[in-house]
Ligand binder design. Structure first.
Ligand code: NAD
Length: 256
C-alpha cells in the first residue's frame, strides 16, 4: 500500500512503542522510512530497530529543541526530494503530575507538556509541509482522555485536547496543499509512557473489560491504521480523530 512513499517516524523508544508497531507495518507495506530518536540514551535500543525496518537515516531529534527539528528536516531534505507522510507518536509530562489531581499542575510542567506533546506536531507539520510537494499525510497519536476525564491523565488530557484541536486547524491550513492531517485515538497500551500514568494497570483492565470487543488493541492494529492513514486508501480523510480502541469510546455506562 505504500510502495514509492517516503516518510519519517517520530517516537520509537523501544519495541513496545506504538511508533515501533507503526514503523513495522509501514515497512511491511513497502514504505521507505527515516527514523528519529530523542537522545543518546535511547540510541542503543532504537538503532537495531531502525535497521530492522531499513531506515535510510537515523536522526537525533529532541522536539523540545527547535534547532534539532530544523536540522532533522534539513537532513531529510538533503536525502529525499520529497516527503509523503509523517507519523508523530510522542508525548511527555512529569510523572509526578500524572497521578492525583489535575489541580496541582505546575506552570512549568503545563508548558513543557503542551510544548512536547502538542506544539511539536504543529512545528513538524510546518516543516514537513515544505517537502510535501505531491501532497501528503500527517498522523499523530491521541487518547480518549482528551475528550473525557480519565483517572490521573491530568495535564496530558489537556495536551491531547489541544493536539486534537490542532489536527482540525492544521487540516484546514494544509488542505489546499493536499496534505491530510489526522489522529489515531488508541486504547491504553503497555508502553513506557503508558506505565508512567498513575494506576495505569487499572485503566488498562477497565477499558479491556468494558469495551465492546472485550480487549485493548495491539501494536499491529494501530500500525495497520497508520498504514491506511499514510496511504492513498484514505485520500478523502482529513481532520479526523480516528478511534482504534476496540470501541471503548462509545460506552456511556458499562453493563453490570
Ligand atoms: P513510548 O514511551 O514508547 O513513546 C513515547 C515517545 O516519546 C518516546 O519515544 C520518547 O522518546 C518520545 N519523546 C518524549 N519526549 C520527547 C522529546 N522531547 N523529543 C522527542 N521525542 C520525545 O510510549 P507510547 O505509548 O508508544 O507513546 C506514543 C504516543 O502514543 C504518545 O503520544 C502517547 O500519548 C500516545 N498514546 C499512548 C497510549 C498508551 O496507552 N500507551 C494510548 C493512546 C495514545
Amino acid at each position: 500500500m505504500l510502495s514509492g512513499k517516503k516518510g519519517i517516524v517520530f517516537g520509537i523508544a523501544n519495541d513496545h512503542s506504538i511508533a515501533w508497531g507503526i514503523a513495522k507495518k509501514l515497512k511491511e507495506n513497502n514504505a521507505s522510512l527515516i527514523i528519529t530518536y530523542q537522545n543518546e540514551s535511547l540510541l542503543r535500543r532504537v538503532q537495531p530497530l531502525s535497521e530492522k525496518v531499513d531506515s535510510e537515516k537515523l536522526i537525533k531529534c529532541d522536539v523540545s529543541i527547535e534547532a534539532d527539528l530544523e536540522k532533522c528536516f534539513q537532513e531529510v531534505g538533503n536525502h529525499w526530494d520529497n516527503i509523503d507522510f509523517i507519523v508523530h507518536s510522542l508525548a511527555f509530562s512529569d510523572k509526578e503530575e500524572l497521578s492525583g489531581k489535575y489541580l496541582i499542575t505546575s506552570k512549568e510542567n503545563f508548558i513543557n507538556t503542551l510544548n512536547i506533546s502538542c506544539y511539536s506536531f504543529t512545528k513538524i507539520a510546518f516543516l514537513a509541509s515544505h517537502y510535501m510537494k505531491n501532497g501528503g499525510s500527517l498522523t499523530t497519536l491521541t487518547f480518549h482522555g482528551a475528550k473525557k476525564v480519565m483517572p490521573n491523565y491530568n495535564v496530558m488530557g489537556v495536551a491531547k485536547a489541544a493536539l486534537e484541536a490542532s489536527v482540525k486547524y492544521l487540516s484546514v491550513d494544509l488542505g489546499s496543499n493536499n496534505i491530510r492531517v489526522n489522529a489515531i485515538s488508541a486504547s491504553p497500551m503497555r508502553t513506557l509512557s503508558g506505565a508512567v500514568i498513575g494506576n495505569s494497570r487499572d485503566v488498562f483492565n477497565f477499558t479491556k473489560n468494558n469495551s465492546p470487543l472485550k480487549r485493548n488493541v495491539s501494536l499491529e492494529e494501530i500500525g495497520n491504521t497508520a498504514v491506511y492513514l499514510s496511504s492513498d486508501m484514505s485520500k478523502g480523510v482529513t481532520g479526523e480523530i480516528h478511534y482504534v480502541d476496540c470501541g471503548y469510546n462509545v460506552i456511556g455506562m458499562p453493563k453490570t
